[in-house]
Design a protein around this ligand. Structure first.
Ligand SMILES: [Zn+2]
Length: 138
């Protein structure tokens, strides 16, 4: 039996697909994939794995850049605290460094405190002059 084929034109390129799939209807194709999948057709499994790998690397890349962003803000906070001899609360740091929302500064400073890079003590803030937890670099 001859393998059915179908011609597609993409710009100047003629593509001829030779596969029993082209002669099938959408429903038949679905059934074919399902049956082949259940039989464990290695080509189908390979295609699925390739698609999965693609999605995974895309997913990892996006997450990497996200975590890089927060590392940069951590560096900005450390650099600023190293440079200044003043001590500020989370609100003032958030304003001065334009890192928002304020909760992000709070998270970063708590992490820095846990790593013993800074201490957090209740004193009068050099910015807002209120008694607040200030971030003091060691
Ligand atoms: Zn303040």
């Amino acid at each position: 039996m001859e393998i059915p084929s179908k011609e597609f034109i993409f710009g100047n390129t003629k593509v001829i697909v030779r596969s029993p799939l082209v002669a099938m209807t959408k429903e038949e194709r679905k059934k074919f994939f399902k049956e082949e999948w259940e039989k464990g057709n290695p080509v189908l499994k390979e295609i699925a794995e390739a698609a999965h790998d693609c999605l995974m690397s895309e997913y990892l890349r996006t997450n990497e850049s996200k975590s890089k962003g927060s590392n940069n803000n951590t560096e900005i906070v450390i650099n600023y605290l190293n440079k200044t001899d003043k001590q500020y609360c989370d609100d003032c740091l958030s304003e001065k460094l334009d890192i928002k929302p304020r909760q992000q500064i709070n998270q970063i400073c708590n992490k820095l405190k846990a790593s013993k890079i800074i201490t957090r003590e209740k004193r009068q803030c050099n910015g807002c002059k209120e008694d607040k937890l200030l971030n003091i670099i060691k």
